[in-house]
Design a protein around this ligand. Structure first.
Ligand code: URA
Length: 193
């Protein structure tokens, strides 16, 4: 059932022309991982490698994400990973507001179908979108990373934990250290739910 519902959304994404990004992309990147996972990671947008493979976080940032997951004994297939945008912005530029507006209804439906207990947002764009969609004004990621926000919808309670984007740690060992610490907080949270 869950699988079929996601398949339906994925088909819509493949045929999507809601913004102009579909014109230049190779493949849309819908999302991947366990659809029964308690935790969903949300990144920003596909980069070059993701665009070529049609999978999230398969480049340098993905390598760091794998290490971080491993540091708390998790594997890719234990979690679900999606992005704010499904198509790669040319040259990896920042997502535009109109692109976020056009694309996030797909993400909202993924969240609704998977109904994770924890949403971990990676970087400023994902954190801002998710926090604001739950009615919380998001500060910059440097202020809110590693903090746990309990939010309620009409039906469920979700914990949102914003984290630095792993790409930011590719050339910055300090940020990698912070991410490792924040993943420990995520691990504690996972053990409690
Ligand atoms: N960065 C992201 O935000 N998402 C990806 O899928 C890859 C890199």
């Amino acid at each position: 059932m869950q699988e079929e519902e996601l398949e339906e959304v994925s088909k819509e994404v493949i045929n999507c022309e809601r913004c102009t990004l579909f014109k230049e992309r190779t493949n849309p990147v819908f999302g991947a991982g366990s659809i029964t996972s308690d935790i969903m990671f949300i990144g920003e947008a596909p980069g070059r490698n993701e665009d070529l493979k049609g999978l999230p976080f398969v480049g340098a940032a993905g390598k760091i994400l794998d290490e971080l997951l491993q540091s708390i004994d998790l594997k890719r297939n234990d979690v679900y990973i999606a992005n704010i945008l499904k198509c790669r912005p040319p040259g990896n530029r920042d997502p535009k507001n109109e692109e976020i507006k056009a694309c996030t209804p797909y993400l909202d439906r993924q969240i609704e179908i998977i109904h994770p207990k924890i949403i971990s947002t990676l970087g400023n764009f994902a954190s801002k979108y998710i926090m604001e969609s739950f009615g919380i004004t998001a500060g910059s990621i440097s202020k809110i990373h590693g903090k746990v926000f309990a939010v309620s919808t009409l039906i469920v309670q979700v914990r949102v934990i914003p984290l630095y984007h792993p790409a930011a740690a590719v050339y910055n060992p300090n940020l990698k250290g912070i991410l490792i610490k924040d993943f420990k907080i995520l691990d504690e949270l996972l053990k409690k739910i």
